[in-house]
Design a binder for this molecule. Structure first.
Ligand SMILES: NC(=O)c1ccc[n+]([C@@H]2O[C@H](COP(=O)([O-])OP(=O)(O)OC[C@H]3O[C@@H](n4cnc5c(N)ncnc54)[C@H](OP(=O)(O)O)[C@@H]3O)[C@@H](O)[C@H]2O)c1
Length: 396
């Protein structure tokens, strides 16, 4: 076995669910990784300062520039003196900081700049922030070299592992019939549309199998997250939407599958724990021993699979529609959804109003090619404003 080189990592969104688990992976493998930089929004400055001091980061960025003095004070109290950057431009500078891997664990479309900066700087991009790929689709694809983006999403990590398992001659694109993306179904699996009319934010924030940040948790309840993942799979693996299926698997043990032309299906199985796909993204293409617990085969298990109820959860079909339209359509789907989430969590929009409003905004949008960042951001801003306007007329 050859000695592995030490990889330097910049963790963006270090105080969040993905970010803290990425730091767990890094600290569990001190001979393999070191943290070069950290960035976060500014909601948890004490934690950010503690992470920077403990990990010896060279640079720390906080998106809310008003929190810079507090961050500097907290760092000084811990005896740490990294470079401190503030504002969205500070986060972008951290994304381009000298390192081997940038892990983008920022939440939402505002992760786009960091994704573009990291790719342009030539870093390997461990991508949890799926929104940036979906929003910036053509722009991100144009910048990314083959293999430069490594998926962190458990489903896409699973697909990649299943593709690696294709056969003794490695990945053969002609041998793949389709990808099967699994979905837990979220907390409202089995309910009809009418039975979701009174869903509150508290109910939507209680995911049955995964513990995640608030935005992705509500997206898992509406299944918008699965819609985003279908577009993500299309962009990462270059397969048409007719070759990407979704199946509901409530136990979240099979993280996705690849069906081959000969009728064989290869699946990746592990208990729900994001440290596994994060470890695979950071250690890519190698595996880090003990990254997560395996399935316990001494116990009895029942794994079930059921078709998606498109009538109760129209968000996945809508995502296919915007994915096929391409250009600015996926950015509009995502931005309208982010605006609706804010309204829902703020008590200003009913649960069913989220996807209904996204569908209306998508329908009104005139799709353009998404040839520049400005064009994408303009479509994003229009969709947010229009969604907020429509949401205002439907308070709960
Ligand atoms: N959580 C999961 O298990 C999971 C699984 C698959 C994919 N993902 C994806 O991973 C991404 C992160 O999700 P999450 O669940 O970890 O979210 P989260 O817990 O809400 O964490 C978001 C992180 O982003 C930071 N942030 C917010 N605004 C920022 C800005 N303008 N610039 C830099 N950082 C900013 C937050 O900082 P503050 O703490 O200062 O607010 C926090 O560190 C999302 O795209 C999600 O879809 C998550």
């Amino acid at each position: 076995m050859h000695a592995e080189t030490l990889r330097s990592v910049v963790v963006l969104g270090s105080t969040g669910s993905i970010g803290t688990q990425a730091i767990d992976v890094v600290t569990a493998n001190p001979g393999r990784f070191r943290v070069a930089g950290l960035a976060a929004g500014g909601g948890r400055v004490d934690l950010l300062a503690r992470q920077a001091a403990e990990l010896g980061a060279e640079v720390v960025a906080v998106a809310d520039a008003a929190r810079v003095p507090e961050l500097k004070e907290a760092l000084a109290a811990l005896g740490a003196a990294p470079v401190v950057l503030g504002g969205p431009e500070g986060v972008a500078e951290a994304a381009g900081w000298r390192c081997d891997i940038v892990l983008n664990g920022i939440t939402g479309a505002l992760g786009l700049t960091s994704t573009l900066v990291a790719l342009e700087a030539g870093r390997t991009l461990a991508l949890a922030n799926k929104e940036s790929l979906i929003v910036g689709g053509p722009l991100v694809k144009r910048l990314a070299k083959p293999g430069q983006i490594v998926p962190v999403d458990s489903e896409h990590s699973a697909v990649q592992q299943c593709l690696w398992a294709a056969g003794p001659h490695g990945h053969d694109p002609d041998a793949v019939r389709k990808l099967v993306i699994t979905a837990s179904g979220g907390p409202f699996r089995g309910r009809t549309r009418a039975e979701m009319a009174d869903v509150t934010p508290e109910m939507a924030l209680a995911h049955p199998t995964w513990s995640m940040g608030p935005m992705i948790t509500v997206n898992s309840a509406t299944l918008v997250n699965k819609g985003l993942e279908v577009i993500e799979a299309h962009l990462l693996f270059d397969l048409g939407f007719d070759r990407i299926d979704v199946v509901v698997h409530p136990q979240s043990i099979i993280h996705s599958m690849v069906e081959y032309v000969d009728g064989s299906t290869i699946a990746q199985a592990s208990p729900p724990d994001m440290r596994l796909p994060i470890a695979l993204a950071l250690g890519h293409p190698g595996r880090l021993a003990g990254a997560a617990s395996p399935v316990d085969w001494t116990k009895a298990h029942t794994w079930t699979f059921e078709p998606l109820d498109d009538e109760a959860f129209p968000s996945v079909a809508l995502a296919r529609h915007v994915g096929e339209a391409g250009g600015t359509a996926p950015a509009v789907y995502n931005a309208a959804n982010e605006a609706c989430l804010e309204a829902f969590l703020g008590g200003r929009l009913p649960f069913l109003g989220i996807v209904d409003t996204v569908a209306r905004v998508v329908e009104e949008h005139q799709v353009t090619p998404a040839g520049s960042v400005e064009e994408v951001l303009a479509a994003d801003a229009w969709a947010r404003a229009r969604a907020a306007e429509l949401a205002a007329g439907q308070s709960r």
